[in-house]
Ligand binder design. Sequence first.
Ligand code: PEP
Ligand code: MG
Length: 762
Amino acid sequence: MTPAAGAPPTTPAWTGSRRLLRQLRDIMAGPGSGQERLDQIATLIARELVAEVCSIYVRRAGDVLELFATEGLRPDAVRNTRLMVGEGLIGFVAGKAMPISLADAQSHPQFAYRPETGEESYSSLVGVPVLRAGRVLGVLAVQNQTQRSYTDEEVETLETTAMVLAELISGGDILDADEPRYDSANELLPQRIEGLALSSGMASGTAVVQRRRVTIETMLADDPTIEERRLRDALAAIHGQLDDALERPEFSDASEHRDVLETFRMFAEDRGWLRRIDEAIRSGLSAEAAVQRVQDEMRARMGQVTDSYLRERMLDFEELTERLLRQLVDGGRPDGMVIPDDAVLVARTLGPAELLNYVPGSLRAVVLEEGSTNAHATIVARALGIPLVGRLQGLMSRVESGDSVLVDGDNGIIYLRPGDEVQANFETAVAAQGARLKVYQGLRDLPSETRDGVPVSLFLNAGLLADTTRLDETRSDGIGLYRTEIPFMLRATYPDVATQTEFYARVYDEAGGRPVTFRTLDIGGDKALPYLQSNFEENPAMGWRASRIALDRPVMLRHQLRALIAASAGRPLDVMFPMIAQVSEFEAARHLLYIELDRAARRGETKPATVRTGVMLEVPALALQLDNLLPLIDFLSIGSNDLLQFLFAFDRGNPRLEGRYDTLSPALLKLLERIAEDCDAVGVDLTVCGEMAGDPIAAMALIGIGYRRLSMAPANFGPVKAMVRSMSVAELTNYLQGVMHSPHPSIRSRLLDFARDHNVSM
Ligand code: PEP
Ligand code: MG
């Protein structure tokens, strides 16, 4: 895998004139104002590229691109011609943060003609963004009268020049220092920002802003050999640091954290990434400028990438770049950040290994401008119980170290510099939460049983070893859903049968005799594996995923089943297949299990004490095949997250559809009620293991329509148990009869009324 996967192929190394770089350096080091330097650079580039026009646009407040210097366009257009980001070809380059090169620019749909510039006679155009720290500061463009096709080398020359321009523009000589930043937010006022809840919990503390601290002073270098050596030395130092970290006792066993570090270590050897840095060095940049340039390109591209897997891998490179720059510029000295006791780490993104740098217990919470559900850092934060909110727009420009921050990791909201009232409300909420936790702890040893004596079994969803430690804490009945893909996602390479066996055996051991339902790999969709790169899919959630992959790649599933059988070592084995859409798929998957059981028997290995097979019901079509399916299976588990998305044909990851379809819609509830009746009739165990089971009001509805087994994230266990113990099935069933046939899209408010009127804990 290379960082450029899914992106246009990289251009060959620029072997063009080092003379140009020397001239650029002379301009930067020479006398004159910032404006004079811009003018000189425009003249130089026009001459070197044999172009009639070279123009430099600078981004100003309000997303405006203003012509600041030109060679070739009318001089009075300077400081007069303005385009919005996104407007015209120049705005297009800025908006996309990508270069364009067009032999016939005027026929491009984005072309916008500005009469004051006199540019009507120019046919071809190449424009590159001026980037710094992933932000577009301007655009550098060259035009010719003939329909000229610019070479890759010429585009690279412009990109290198754009780096120098980025230094110049951000140096403060071009724009007035008091010009508001284009991302200006009123920085000192209290702010509430909504983002994405990634790891639950509430915390308050002091912001520790992790910014890029490294300032690159030497952009250009004379001798690429020296720079290449500096790069190799810095890389060797980083490899050494990672190897040392892997030696640390806490990473010594087969822990997930070790997998994270090993994966990260593998990225540090990525050949595509290193090749691009080498190319940039050979174009005349210093080693640090080359690292920075490759990262800027990647970051600019990241804005365009929607594939969550690629975005997450780019975060790996972001962290590596940070380390490498620090190593190159100041020998890897730690940045001297003093961590207060109540630190809330604020960063744009967080690399996979960074969280592991902090001493356990020293972080109250983490808030990120980026961040995503399946990123390594997110998974690690969840495992460590650190609240994490991501996707907070404009975060980095709104917060300074030392600001107070309130983090609501349950609802994905943060408050910056809160006023007294917000602070007091938050503290009350935290205190109430603390009190509730105490109440939940007090319920630990009491049965999970409704007021009218109906037992409801409560299980945990797990995926990390850390989750399994919550079994004792919650006294839950077992693991209702073990997502086996999570340990796979944390690793650099496909785990062989022995590694998998060791891992599953540890899960069994941690479960200490409580049942564990192992779900076979549910990969694909948004859960990609580093070593099983699938091709681009139009609709990944409905694409080649989970059991569909497993049946097309039976060896992978067989290895997993072999490892599960071996790990069970005479204990009961419950295997669940995800994303089954038709009975024959279950039969095919189960057939592979039988083959593996036979194999184990032939080899005289210890058999599992019992073997039970089941399926996830996530595809609505399966609900219409229960008559054929139920006689074949031992248990069924409702994946309500996917079931809702497929039932209503809505993408569960699309923020525009957020809140439009509810799990408490009569449509879903009626379907679930029928499934419960069918399972009850033939005695097949039925569980709900989607998020719905962990939402107390939805869990209450499920019990009302006949469900007696719920599996949820550990954090939801207490609230659901308290709800179970305070409800009466008889009262609710009665009430539901009246509301289940409601024509409204959701009966949530009606159920909340019921809960309030009947003192059901929510
Ligand atoms: C579900 O779809 O409800 C489910 C439990 O599976 P996942 O969330 O892992 O897709
Ligand atoms: Mg699912």
